[in-house]
Design a protein around this ligand. Structure first.
Ligand code: 26Q
Length: 826
């Protein structure tokens, strides 16, 4: 802008949050922004008007927050994540900015059905599962705690695929979530960074004769920012989530002239914009696709340029003070190339010497590990790096050189150790180990639950733990109570607030005050009433969707999470089959009606996971249609598990299935969401289950099965699943039904591969070893459920004692122990 703005003349109307003002805005938005009159408006038009009405009421706080950050220039946290599993923002935003009640009234008075409107919004499903949802919960907590923070990620045009079940099989459909526009994002066409790929490195001596490096002849892609405001709960702090979209660079246009090949140039332009096209839908096995590495570097490069630009905007900031103003958290190894990119910027652009650049880099970065599974550890072929990021490869080699020298001084002569910790894996082909790069380049690395962190120290990071024990710390996960209680379960939240006030919403440890009502029969009754109504609502949904009738008085037994062998949905199925056999052969004394609910997506290339989905649907089909079951058992697979469906399923659960093989689930967060909504947990001593049991008390938790140590020992000593097969006739009966096609009369061999997996192929996740203990514990579950009071008592105690698992607590720990950032006063 050439002319200076006369701020005297710059006056916007302050938007208040009373009912009349909301109604006025709705009318204005519909008329002036949407361009519709109320008689021809569709639900989507009204949703858009409503979203704009809410969004407008976040703008002042957002701008004020950004202004104050710029003015005060506090130390900031940058959360780098390839995934943000946000879900819908309409209700969350209203809750956080205090608009929920007046908006409801405003809508009611106008004859608008708020429930219908909110269903119009697409989920922002920019994540696979736990890791992506954790990032979204963290953003909510960062704003709520008034911590200066920025989320950085990719604006995928297509998020997590939509799952349809056709004939019992998973079919993936693209998630075109932006089709009708996204009311929460602000495109920032002027915030544009150039990201380089390919080319080559040239060395040249500078004026002082020092060797410098130029990365030249690159192919460039532009990164354009899209900003989404993230309001905290009951605070004015509104942080920013900045997602990058790929845009072709002008180079592609110039090529039209140079090469005279218009069509080819447009094709290449298109190809470069493919970078941010789609989220990779695998959550465990890393797939070594080049496009994925490009996505990683694309968002890392743009984010670091943005971070440094902001830092240098304050003339008082000098490069050596970077760690006083910048803390960067890497969500798993997906952004780990940031370590090399930061080094490149400090060395090649800011001309620091190696030691200083390295010291700054390690003080800035920290890394969160989310898995111990070896197949999930990211590595990239050196050859691919050389082609796409030749300068970064040089830098990684140099980092490795310095690190290996350091280790060899600490542990002279231990060549095996050097091989194990090297950033480069040599066999069978040369690959870069991203977890090693992230670890060496960070001052702190953390696990996501106590057991997980201890296993990091004793297994995959054992060598690093010897080299620098103080680097590995624990940050037990948490979830935001604003989404997973207030929004998911308004009824439960109101009941709680009526007893202990609203302090628990931002200080979840206050839930402990509920303990005094555990045996209060009026409270028990109200508590049960909430659960019953949530179950009835879910039953209605399932009826509409699947045409299966659920009995809301049966025990709702819920397993919702990605489908994976280690999470052992198959163990759940073995229990379902066993229960079915007991019912139809009248082997149950005092049967408790049960509804087994499963939901979750399988990675599209994960054949076994997809077979498990088909099996669940096949078993459900048989069980739900066998008159011998007499209403004592139902089984449903709810399609397309997502944040939105989670909000409907989780509050309706009586029992939470957390049954991974001990030592495999890093933390789990669904376990926390379910317990906070009053479900009792049946689970193994895995991930955060261990700490949940510690909090709620072992009498209030159904723990079964091998411990992580026992599981490791059993495998080491030679595990033979056939021993369990032959040693337990009910297990054998259930497995034989799979083998013989009992549940697949139209194709008798369909479930053979799953039978084989659990027998001949060694049952890697020890399902057969845990089967008997699991079945026995399910009998205890039934026994307790028969005693309504005893069950409700434990359910209340679970809610009361889950306060530790708020993401506010988690974020406070990161802020103090890793980032050293302060909560701002508001
Ligand atoms: C990596 C490379 C290429 C393509 C995809 C990926 C990829 C993507 C997503 C690898 C892993 C993920 C997601 C992992 C994840 O969700 N882990 C879960 O993180 C939760 C939050 O810490 C934990 O609670 C869960 O235990 C853990 O499984």
């Amino acid at each position: 802008m050439k002319k200076k703005i006369n701020t005297q003349k710059f006056k916007y109307s302050h938007l208040s949050k009373d009912v009349a003002s909301i109604q006025h805005s709705l009318a204005d938005s519909l008329t002036y922004t949407i361009g519709k009159d109320p008689h021809t408006s569709t639900a989507r038009d009204w949703f858009s008007a409503a979203a704009h009405t809410v969004r407008n009421r976040m703008m002042e706080n957002w701008m004020e927050t950004m202004r104050s950050y710029q003015k005060e220039d506090p130390k900031r946290v940058y959360y780098l994540s390839l995934e943000f599993l946000i879900g819908r923002l309409f209700t969350s935003s209203m809750i956080n900015v205090g608009l929920y009640e007046p908006f409801k009234q405003a809508a009611d008075e106008m004859g608008l059905d708020l429930d219908e409107l909110r269903e119009v919004e697409s989920d922002a499903a920019l994540g696979n599962g736990g890791l992506g949802r954790l990032a979204a919960c963290f953003l909510d907590s960062l704003s709520t705690l008034n911590i200066p923070a920025h989320g950085y990620g990719i604006r995928y045009e297509y998020g997590m695929f939509n799952q349809q079940i056709e004939n019992g099989y998973q079919v993936e459909h693209p998630d075109n979530w932006l089709r009708y526009g996204n009311p929460w994002e602000f495109p920032r066409a002027e915030i544009l960074f150039c990201v380089h790929f390919g080319g080559r490195v040239v060395e040249y001596p500078d004026e002082e004769g020092k060797i410098r490096h130029h990365w030249v002849d690159t192919t460039d892609v532009m990164a354009m920012a899209y900003d989404t405001p993230i309001p905290g709960y009951a605070t004015s702090t509104t942080n920013n989530m900045r997602l990058w979209a790929a845009k072709a660079s002008r180079d592609f246009e110039l090529q039209y002239f140079n090469e005279g090949n218009y069509i080819k140039a447009v094709q290449e332009k298109n190809a470069s914009e493919n970078l941010s096209k789609v989220l990779y839908p695998n959550d465990t096995t890393t797939n070594g696709k080049e496009l994925r590495l490009k996505q990683q570097f694309f968002f890392v490069s743009a984010s670091l340029q943005d971070i440094l630009r902001r830092f240098f905007r304050n003339p008082a900031n000098q490069v050596e003070n970077l760690p006083d103003k910048v803390a960067i958290q890497m969500n798993d190894t997906h952004p780990a190339v940031a370590v090399a990119e930061m080094m490149r910027l400090l060395l090649d652009t800011h001309h620091l010497d190696w030691d200083q650049a390295w010291e700054l880099t390690t003080r800035i970065f920290s890394y969160t590990n989310h898995t111990l599974l070896p197949e999930a550890l990211e590595t990239w072929p050196v050859e691919m790096f050389e082609r796409l990021l030749p300068r970064h490869l040089q830098i990684i080699y140099e980092i490795n050189h310095h690190f290996i020298r350091h280790v060899s001084h600490m542990f002279p002569g231990d060549m095996e150790l050097l091989k194990r910790v090297s950033l480069i894996q040599e066999e069978p082909e040369k690959r870069i180990r991203m977890a090693h790069l992230a670890t060496v380049g960070s001052h702190r690395i953390n696990g996501v639950a106590r057991l997980h962190t201890e296993l990091m120290k004793s297994t995959i990071f054992a060598d690093f733990y010897r080299i620098c024990p103080e680097k590995i710390v624990n940050m037990t996960n948490g979830v935001t109570p604003r989404l997973w209680m207030l929004q998911a379960n308004n009824e439960l939240s109101s009941l709680i607030s009526s007893k202990i006030g609203q302090g628990w919403i931002t200080d979840l440890s206050q839930l402990r005050q509920l303990e005094q009502f555990t045996d209060d029969s009026a409270f028990q009754q109200a508590f049960r009433h909430v659960k019953r109504s949530k179950k009835a609502f879910l039953a209605e949904r399932v009826q509409q969707l699947l045409k299966v009738e659920l009995n809301p008085d049966s025990l709702f037994d819920v397993q919702v999470k990605r489908i994976h062998e280690y999470k052992r949905q198959l163990l759940n199925v073995l229990h379902a089959i066993t229960r079915y056999n007991r019912i139809r052969h009248n082997r149950l004394e005092n049967p408790v009606p049960r509804t087994i609910i499963v939901a979750g997506k399988a990675a599209p290339g994960y054949v076994t996971a997809k077979r498990i989905i088909k099996l669940i649907n096949d078993v459900a089909e048989v069980v739900n249609n066998d008159p011998a079951v007499r209403g004592l058992l139902k089984m449903v697979f709810i399609p397309n598990y997502s944040v939105s469906t989670a909000l409907e399923i989780i509050p309706a659960a009586d029992l939470s299935e957390q049954i991974s093989t001990a030592g495999t689930e890093a933390s789990g967060t669904g376990n926390m969401k379910l317990a906070l909504n009053g479900a009792l947990t049946i689970g193994t001593l895995d991930g955060a289950n261990v700490e949940m049991r510690e909090e709620v008390g072992e009498d209030n938790f159904f723990i079964f099965g091998l411990t992580a140590a026992e599981a490791a020992e059993l495998r080491r000593d030679g595990y033979n699943p056939w021993d369990y097969y032959h040693g337990n006739w009910e297990l054998r009966e259930a497995l034989d039904m799979l083998r013989d096609g009992f549940f697949s009369p139209d194709e008798l061999t369909r479930h053979r591969p799953l039978f084989d997996l659990l027998t001949e192929q060694g049952d890697h996740y020890l399902l057969l070893a845990d089967y008997a203990a699991y079945i026995a514990m399910q009998e205890n579950v039934d026994a307790l459920y028969r005693e309504q009071h005893a069950w409700t008592r434990k359910s209340i105690l679970n809610v009361a004692r889950m306060g530790k698992f708020s993401s506010d607590r988690t974020i406070s720990e990161y802020a103090r122990q890793i980032w050293q950032v302060e909560q701002l006063k508001t």
